[in-house]
Design a protein around this ligand. Structure first.
Ligand code: ATP
Ligand code: AH0
Length: 371
């Protein structure tokens, strides 16, 4: 009998680490078994940031980082296999997202670029690896992102509820699950990326743990309104974005003419993350009015008590909780999703959602790199 075990690997826009999930998947079952997060070495993070923000990029550097990340993913997967005493011959496939270094879905020549050579992963782990999940969707005219809505639909659909799944990673994205409504999902804008960049610049910390610093500041309304003027927030879906738009330079540019305490800016950025998402939910989506509404939060932002409290305050008639409360790890959601995308590719099942990405065709995403 064919094994039903898959490994999903995700390293996202926050550049905080590599999430690995072991998942048991068959036609009627998706069970998360275990997960680990391996930190990204700080020198690699600095190099990737330079690349993402186009400060310094040579083909040599790009090629070397692609190789380095491939080696690192393989090393982390092998460590994971060892720690969890797994038999690698029992792992059907690895689904590895790779590291997005640029995402440009709307130019004359749309492209999205994820690095971390999957040939190296397949060779070093001796497990078939699936990667390059986004570009076929783009080839059919889609945004290439977000891809997790199909997975959210597979695990969270409920005929008696309107459910919005909100991933607050570096970038925030939502999935709308409402009976009799087409499945939609899009990137609402910055999640943690501006919060992380601002505290890194001001206090040399990677992130504002439990929003301790933001809580010492207060929201500045003129700045908030100015940030909300960015045209991305008014664009209709399908839409997706990334670090190439929302980054420290974006923020510094918007801060021109403002003279505020740095912690007030941090508090304002928290409110920005909340308002862009709640406004999108309220203004851009028509939910079934007869049904109760749930906001299910995952990603690193689910650990931020101030973000959670502000979502609850802005959506008073909603049940606001983390996906953990429904039995799916908020930490490993995306890694689990990439294990599921690998399962779909191995079984040739379509995994993009044209109503989400705007692609003209439903297709099975990902390229297979045999061991
Ligand atoms: N205890 C905490 N308090 C506040 N923020 C936290 C906490 N734990 C994690 N975070 C935030 O979550 C971020 C990591 O989130 P996550 O791992 O979901 O991002 P990602 O997967 O890299 O991003 P994306 O989903 O955009 O690709 C951290 O950079 C930090 O900002
Ligand atoms: C291009 C890219 O890497 N996009 C990521 C990013 O991180 C969050 C958001 O922006 C989302 O659109 C996407 O990731 C998830 C896994 C997705 O495709 O659903």
């Amino acid at each position: 009998m064919q094994s039903t075990l898959y490994i999903g690997v995700m390293s996202g826009t926050s550049l905080d680490g590599i999430d690995i999930a072991l998942v048991d998947i068959s036609v009627d079952n998706i069970t998360f078994i275990s997960g680990e997060c391996y930190p990204l070495p700080s020198s690699l993070k600095a190099n990737l940031l330079q690349l993402c923000q186009q400060q310094q990029c040579t083909l040599l550097k790009l090629g070397e980082l692609d190789h380095q990340l491939g080696q690192l993913y393989a090393h982390c997967i092998n460590k994971f296999i060892q720690t969890h005493h797994l038999d690698r011959t029992q792992i059907n496939a690895i689904g590895c997202h790779g590291q997005t270094i640029f995402h440009s879905p709307n130019g004359c020549y749309p492209f999205t670029m994820q690095i971390g050579d999957a040939n190296i992963i397949a060779a070093k782990t001796a497990i078939t690896t699936i990667a390059d999940f986004r570009r076929k969707d783009m080839a059919y005219g889609g945004q290439g992102a977000p891809l997790v809505p199909a997975f959210h639909q597979a695990i969270f659909s409920d005929p008696n509820k309107n459910r919005i799944i909100l991933n607050i990673g570096g970038i925030s994205n939502i999935t709308v699950l409402s009976p009799n409504h087409p499945l939609i999902g899009f990137d609402t804008g910055p999640g943690n990326v501006l919060l992380d960049s601002w505290i890194a610049k001001q206090l040399a910390l990677p992130y504002d743990k439990d929003a301790k610093w933001a809580k010492t500041g207060s929201v500045n309304q003129p700045l908030l309104q100015h940030l909300l003027n960015d045209e991305y927030f008014r664009l209709p879906y399908p839409k997706s974005t990334g670090r190439e738009r929302f980054n420290l330079n974006w923020l510094l540019d918007k801060l021109t003419g403002f003279s505020l305490a740095p912690q007030d800016i941090q508090a304002t950025l928290i409110e920005l993350t909340v308002i862009v998402t709640t406004t999108a939910i309220i203004n851009q989506i028509s939910l079934n009015k007869q049904l109760p509404n749930e906001l299910l939060i995952c990603g690193g932002g689910a650990k931020n008590p101030l973000l959670m409290a502000r979502f609850a305050a802005w959506l008073p008639n909603w049940s606001v909780k983390t996906t953990d409360e429904l039995g799916t790890s908020s930490d490993y959601m995306e890694a689990i999703a990439f294990a599921w995308l690998a399962y779909c590719r191995i079984h040739n099942l379509s995994s993009n959602i044209p109503t989400v990405t705007g692609a003209t065709k439903a297709i099975s995403l990902g390229v297979i790199y045999p061991k």
